[in-house]
Design a protein around this ligand. Structure first.
Ligand code: FE2
Length: 352
């Protein structure tokens, strides 16, 4: 009798252990189910194409994409304030300088993904795999095809020569695209030469910097200057604008890729990183892998006049019509590292 009590007691203990194990497994399953359901994306990009790609990803994976849209600095501040409680899984921003800033602020984490390594060339991702480029753009010299011949153009440095006096249109130095271009020049040639370049451009400016890249193109075709330093995708946007005046401007613009016999044209990116406290880390990696896939890269390439980063995907027809070009393969992390120096050089050179 005593023995049978013991057996019953032992059986009860075993049962309890078993049910405890079962509930642990259930909790783990619940957690993985939860992780499978969503990815929270903080993004600075505000393009329709992104919404389209997010919807495709949702359909393929069943993972819901929750989007928070704001300017990069606001998103980074939000992540800083939220700290370890942040729901952010992925941060998407425009310009490598900003991605480096996010890394410096300890808002991202390193991830291991063979798919990302295979799909994104090494100069277009962070050396610690904290961020990855998704699209690429070049900062080129635009000219009015009716007044300037491409043979007159050569390098960024050439624009400092007296022949371009009062002829250069470019936006202010407060803009990160110019800061990144300057950071690349500092990386290649040192601070002193970079300052000489900036002073030379200031000397040759057609007007005090004002407006955005589109405004430089508009000023170009009304003859305010002869060349403009702009990002490639703005020319695509103007050619495909709903505003017929913008289309007319776009049609007169020629695209010149500078420094083709040297380091190549300066490029920049938009890109993504996994947030440091990502509650859905696996989903976040899967999401970025999807955006770097040939499928998604083809969509990026056709919709926003940017270059795909995946070497297996061709640029759109319009971009192909501008010709293949040699790009500067400086690791883009340098753009962030030299950002502060770039701001100082601009200031010293009097670039408003
Ligand atoms: Fe832009």
């Amino acid at each position: 009798m005593k023995n049978s009590y013991l057996i019953i007691a032992f059986a009860l203990i075993l049962g309890a252990c078993k049910s405890e194990t079962k509930s642990d497994a259930t909790i783990t399953k619940d957690m993985s189910d939860k992780e499978k359901q969503e990815v929270n994306v903080y993004t600075h990009r505000h393009y329709e194409v992104d919404q389209m790609l997010f919807a495709k990803f949702e359909k393929q994976t069943g993972i819901k994409v929750n989007v928070v849209n704001a300017k990069a600095d606001e998103l980074m501040q939000k992540m800083t304030l939220e700290g370890a409680q942040s729901p952010a899984d992925v941060l998407i921003t425009v310009d490598a300088g900003r991605l480096v800033r996010a890394k410096d602020k300890d808002l991202l984490q390193s991830v291991t993904s063979q798919i990302l390594n295979d799909n994104i060339p090494s100069h277009l991702r962070d050396e610690d795999n904290q961020w990855f480029a998704l699209t690429k753009r070049a900062r080129v010299i635009a000219y009015d095809k009716e007044r300037t011949q491409p043979q007159q153009l050569s390098t960024y440095e050439d624009l400092t020569l007296p022949k371009w006096h009062n002829k250069i249109l470019v936006r202010s130095s407060g803009n990160i695209y110019n800061q990144s271009l300057m950071a690349s020049i500092i990386s290649h040639k040192g601070k002193d030469d970079a300052k000489k370049w900036a002073s030379g451009i200031v000397e040759n400016m057609a007007r005090t910097p004002q407006g955005n890249d589109r405004d430089q193109l508009k000023a170009l075709v009304v003859g305010e200057g002869d060349v403009a330093i702009v990002n490639t995708y703005y020319i695509g946007k103007m050619l495909n604008s709903k505003d017929s005046q913008e289309v007319k401007v776009g049609e007169r613009i020629g695209v010149f890729f500078p420094n083709q016999d040297g380091r190549g044209a300066h490029i920049n990116i938009s890109g993504a990183g996994v947030a440091k406290y990502a509650p859905n880390k696996a989903n976040a990696i899967q999401f970025i892998e999807y955006l770097a896939s040939e499928d998604a890269q083809r969509v990026f390439a056709t919709a926003n006049y940017e270059y795909p980063v995946n070497p297996n995907v061709k640029p759109s027809e319009l971009l192909q019509s501008w010709g293949a070009f040699k790009e500067d393969v400086l690791p883009l992390s340098k753009l962030g590292e030299n950002n502060k120096k770039a701001v100082i050089v601009f200031d010293e050179a009097g670039w408003k």
